[in-house]
Design a protein around this ligand. Structure first.
Ligand SMILES: [Mg+2]
Length: 414
């Protein structure tokens, strides 16, 4: 195919009024959520789309001054220059072209991730097949795709212990198979939350995303982290995610020795990084993401690595419904891959419960596509229309202009 146009649109969904959450040793302000939408057009008039520039627990946009606006500019300039006018035979040819730019390695990976997804969207449309049907062929002896996928709800950030417990009940009522929350409100309160949340649910699995513990200005320290992780394991949680910094493999290994189920991978810089983490044997759940780990191509290699090993690939998915559907195609096709993360934002029209378990407003997450994903009783039916199976609502480009600056700010007590 010949690529004619490549675009990257940085968009922002304001959180109004700005929210302030207290965590252990400080406060965090939530100002907006950013999204980058990437489109790739071909000489045959096809257009592929991709969610891009998703943030991860490393929060480089805050701690390292990176910006989604910069990433969209990179797509518009260096990446467009490398691809426009080029004829490619395979999706990986586009990766190679991006790899020959002088962009930093991690930026190349991010760009290749978006372009990979957009090109698969094109290929699916061209073949009149959903992406999961194309992906199945990438695995050896793969079973038929599974298109009715269980979702776990991802919510809960810096609340009172009782607030998390209440949210867990709403999530259970809405039919999700799991409830993941973000602790970090202090060792004692985190421990109390583990008690309240595990007591609050009947059959819903509980996951802790401890992505803040290692980012605290005054971290809990090894002893407290070990204590909390082993306590959570004794209370039967499904996993503890990122209890230590992403590159602290020995920390993961030491915690795995106490028998706790661990999850990680979202901040790995590449699919090779995912496989390195998996090789430690310390994580039970490997969290690759088509938006971070070289798209479908990169994530299928990580899934292939997990096959036959004691580790399950469960994609990291935090952002819009477009990102949800992209990762869902991967799960539908991936052998032994079953579970999808469903971030819950305020006023989510697909969540049917007496109360609202949404974390904060993120209207763009819903508005970015036409229509709604088919979610019922905590399960997603992956669309079988060609490509990603959804139309992007391009009106969002005008409706959600990019707002400069980081999406969140940390303020530490002295
Ligand atoms: Mg996480």
């Amino acid at each position: 195919m010949r690529i004619t146009d490549v675009h990257g649109y940085a968009l922002s969904s304001p959180i109004e009024p700005v929210q302030e959450r207290r965590f252990h040793g400080g406060r965090r302000r939530l100002l907006k959520r950013d999204v980058v939408l990437v489109t790739v057009e071909t000489a045959d008039g096809e257009r592929g789309v991709a969610p891009a520039g998703a943030s991860s627990s490393a929060m480089r946009e805050y701690f390292e001054g990176e910006s989604q606006g910069t990433f969209a500019d990179v797509i518009e300039n260096q990446v467009a220059d490398a691809l426009e006018g080029e004829t490619i035979e395979n999706v990986t040819d586009a990766h190679d072209r991006i790899g020959s730019t002088d962009l930093p390695g991690r930026m190349q990976t991010q760009a290749a991730s978006a372009v990979d997804v957009a090109l698969y969207d094109v290929l699916g449309k061209r073949a009149a097949a959903p992406i999961y049907d194309l992906l199945v062929d990438r695995f050896e002896d793969a079973p038929e795709p599974t298109t009715n996928l269980p979702l776990y709800a991802s919510a809960g950030m810096y609340m009172d212990p009782e607030g998390y417990a209440e949210q867990a009940t709403f999530v259970e009522e809405a039919g999700f198979v799991g409830y993941k929350y973000r602790p970090g409100i202090g060792p004692e309160a985190d421990r109390e939350t583990i008690n309240l949340v595990t007591d609050a649910v009947d059959k819903t699995e509980i996951m802790l995303d401890a992505h803040t513990w290692w980012k605290l200005r005054k971290p809990y320290g090894d002893e407290i982290v070990t204590d909390l992780v082993s306590y959570a394991a004794r209370r039967g949680v499904y996993w503890v995610e990122e209890p230590v910094a992403p590159d602290d493999y020995s920390g993961y290994e030491q915690l795995a020795e106490i028998g706790a189920p661990l999850a990680g991978g979202e901040s790995e810089p590449s699919p090779e990084g995912l496989i390195s983490l998996a090789k430690t044997g310390a994580v039970s759940y490997l969290q690759g993401d088509v938006r971070h780990h070289r798209g479908f191509t990169g994530c299928t290699s990580a899934i292939e690595f997990c096959r036959g090993r004691d580790i399950q690939f469960v994609p990291h998915n935090f952002g819009t419904w477009l990102g949800l559907l992209a990762n869902a195609h991967l799960v539908a096709a991936g052998p032994d891959v079953k579970l999808v993360e469903y971030p819950v934002f305020e006023d989510d029209p697909l969540v049917d419960a007496l109360g609202d378990p949404g974390m904060y407003p993120f209207d763009l997450a819903f508005d970015i596509i036409e229509g709604e994903p088919a979610v019922k009783n905590g399960h997603l039916s992956v669309p079988d229309a060609p490509g990603l199976g959804v139309e992007v609502n391009l009106d969002v480009v005008d409706e959600y202009p990019y707002i400069e600056g980081p999406w969140t700010e940390f303020e530490y007590a002295q």
